[in-house]
Design a protein around this ligand. Structure first.
Ligand code: ADP
Ligand code: MG
Ligand code: ZN
Length: 610
């Protein structure tokens, strides 16, 4: 195949003008009949790497995929692009399965999705031979490895396929980066001198932020309301919390649902479906949620609690922004999580396991506390170097925090907490502590005689809000501990007492809000400015069309495609055909309806320039 032909197929079926990094190389290796191992982050565009070769060759390409729920959406998406594809799994009734089998014998399909357990059913391997199988693609290949986070014993059966079809090209795809899993995939699948492709793990369109978790419900609600039309996932460490958060959001008018392994299977499936179809906007979930969804337009992922390790965090945040448009990843960090998780780790009986878990947790904490670029520290974890000084898309690069020698400030605050307790025999809240430090004349100060303390009024170098910021940082450092509940008080912790004794120099974040320097903001990677009002109209049209067809909206068109329409205002079939994401089939099926909508919009609204 000449390069022109591949690009032509890319536009005809998928409506795209160019390949993403490595896609073309991978496709060429596949067409040469080589085995391939592909490591590419979520959203990198792995599916295309086996779908396009399937269209370029004659016979059938078999795709092994672990998730039955996902298969239907993938096949629907392919069919809507005009690709003859089908799947076989246990959800089909006998008549439908028979129809599909007949089609396979007739050579009507180019792609067949199957679950691994299906492969070993009676006669399946013989059938694959009769159906002229020419290539095998194994998606989510890490499922074969016990070292992976998603081991599926059924995947071991794929090795049988290799014995049966020693000469067919096998392609393995994964987004799991650990060396051990990688090596395991290659050996378990018995790949023959595979061409190896490792894409960068940098997800340039994702913005990474860490916020101190203070009032999580309010913080979550604020964040969710900041992006009022967008889908997002909120990961929580406990099942109960997913339900509480979902209730809280619903009470505040945000369509939210919960997802965790403790829910009834039917409820889980229903909630997931509602999320994929945009009937529910926010999913509050444990990490049980995620691998089963290919939703491209998840615009934010919030972690309410500290993940156990960076690999997990990276994979979970990776579910945001698959479509390449900007998306936000927010981690709510509180030192109490570290203590809690350390506690769980201590309960492990195996010392080696304990050590590994502690190590991972430490890397996670480092990521959360670093003042360096978050992207750089994430990529370093995957042994990738990030050369840019400023990534322009993490909180530390966007709003650099200045530090100062906080030794004296910390000493004043901690000894003030110490004196208060010494005098009154119990602890007080943050506000009172700050009043004493700054020499406030409140009723409580007088009532408890705290104006008699040696630490009364010694903190006039900062205002009240600044002292509060310092207190929060001292909490994060575990020197102060805030008790839970409404009558919350600040306790000086054992660590705080130790530090007061040793007084090792301490860097703190400058508590004054740094004046935002009027520097030019880098444009966000993936940003696609468009006529937002038209975008909303097109979204509405997409929603209607999708529900008529019983498919998720993104299968009709992606947000990227709609944004291109709302920039270029195509009103002729020819112009519409040029839009990103519009292939031949979609032009034919949807062209008239979308161009008519755009024309109608332009009658009432002026055209904008982008
Ligand atoms: P992965 O399986 O690696 O997570 P997908 O195959 O699901 O990624 O693709 C992620 C998104 O990227 C999809 O919405 C897909 O349509 C889009 N995509 C893939 N290849 C291209 C391309 N060459 N140009 C534009 N968009 C692409
Ligand atoms: Mg995929
Ligand atoms: Zn950065």
């Amino acid at each position: 195949m000449s390069p022109v032909d591949l690009s032509e197929l890319l536009k005809r079926y998928f409506g795209f003008d160019s390949f993403r990094p490595l896609q073309e190389e991978i496709i060429r290796a596949a067409l040469e009949g080589r085995d391939a191992f592909v490591l590419m982050p979520t959203g990198g565009g792995k599916s295309l790497c086996y779908q396009l070769p399937a269209l370029a060759r004659e016979g059938l390409t078999v795709v092994v995929s672990p998730l039955i729920a996902l298969m239907k959406d993938q096949v629907d998406a392919l069919q809507s692009a005009g690709v003859p594809a089908t799947f076989l799994n246990s959800t089909l009734d006998a008549a439908e399965a028979r129809r599909r089998l007949a089609g396979l014998y007739n050579g009507e399909y180019r792609l067949l999705y199957v679950a691994p357990e299906r492969l070993m059913l009676d006669g399946m391997l013989d059938r694959l031979e009769q159906w002229q199988t020419e290539a095998i693609a194994i998606d989510e290949a890490h499922c074969i490895s016990e070292w992976g986070h998603d081991f599926r014993p059924e995947y071991r059966q794929i090795a049988e396929l290799r014995f049966r079809f020693p000469d067919l090209p096998f392609m393995a795809f994964t987004a799991t980066a650990t060396d051990r899993v990688r090596a395991d995939i290659v050996t378990q699948l018995k790949l023959r001198d595979p061409a190896k492709f490792v894409a960068s793990f940098d997800r340039a369109n994702l913005v990474y932020r860490v916020l101190p978790r203070a009032q999580p419900q309010r913080q979550v609600l604020e964040w969710v309301n900041k992006q009022p039309e967008d889908s997002g996932i909120i990961y929580c460490s406990s099942r109960a919390r997913t339900e509480r958060l979902a209730d809280m959001l619903n009470e505040n008018g945000v369509r939210a649902a919960a997802y965790h392994a403790g829910l009834d299977k039917k409820v889980r499936a229903r909630n997931q479906e509602a999320f994929i179809r945009d009937d529910v906007r926010v999913m509050c979930a444990t990490i049980a949620f995620g691998m089963g969804i290919d939703k491209p337009d998840v615009r934010f992922v919030i972690h309410h609690d500290l993940p156990k390790n960076l690999e997990g965090y990276y994979q979970e945040t990776g579910r945001a922004g698959r479509d390449g448009l900007p998306a936000e990843c927010v981690l709510l960090f509180n030192a109490s999580d570290v203590a809690k998780q350390t506690g769980f780790i201590m309960e492990k009986t195996d010392e080696h396991e304990q050590m590994i878990a502690r190590n991972m947790l430490q890397q996670m904490v480092h990521y959360s506390e670093t003042r360096d670029c978050r992207r750089r520290s994430l990529l370093e974890y995957f042994s990738e170097t990030y050369a840019e000084e400023n990534c322009g898309a993490c909180d530390n690069c966007l709003e650099p925090k200045e530090t100062f020698d906080g030794t004296v400030a910390a000493q004043k605050m901690l000894s003030c907490a110490f004196r208060i307790r010494e005098k009154s025999g119990f602890d007080f809240g943050l506000n009172h502590l700050v009043e004493v430090l700054t020499g406030g004349d409140t009723e409580a100060v007088r009532k408890w005689g705290h104006d008699q303390l040696s630490t009364y009024g010694i903190g006039d170098e900062f205002g009240r809000n600044e002292w509060k910021a310092i207190a929060r940082e001292l909490m994060r450092l575990n020197f102060l501990h805030q008790t839970p509940g409404r009558m919350s008080v600040l306790e000086l912790s054992a660590d705080g007492i130790d530090w007061l004794r040793a007084k090792t120099p301490l860097e703190l974040t400058q508590p004054t809000v740094p004046k935002t320097k009027e520097k030019k903001r880098k444009p966000r990677v993936g940003d696609l400015a468009c006529d937002e009002a038209l975008f909303d109209c097109l979204r509405e049209l997409r929603r209607t069309l999708a529900s008529e067809r019983g498919v998720p909206p993104y299968i009709v068109f992606s947000d990227v495609a709609l944004r291109h329409m709302a920039r270029d205002y195509p009103i002729t079939p020819a112009a519409f055909g040029l839009i990103h994401g519009v292939g031949d089939k979609k032009l034919e099926e949807f062209g008239d309806m979308f161009t008519a909508e755009i024309e109608k919009y332009l009658e009432a609204n002026p055209r904008k320039e982008f």
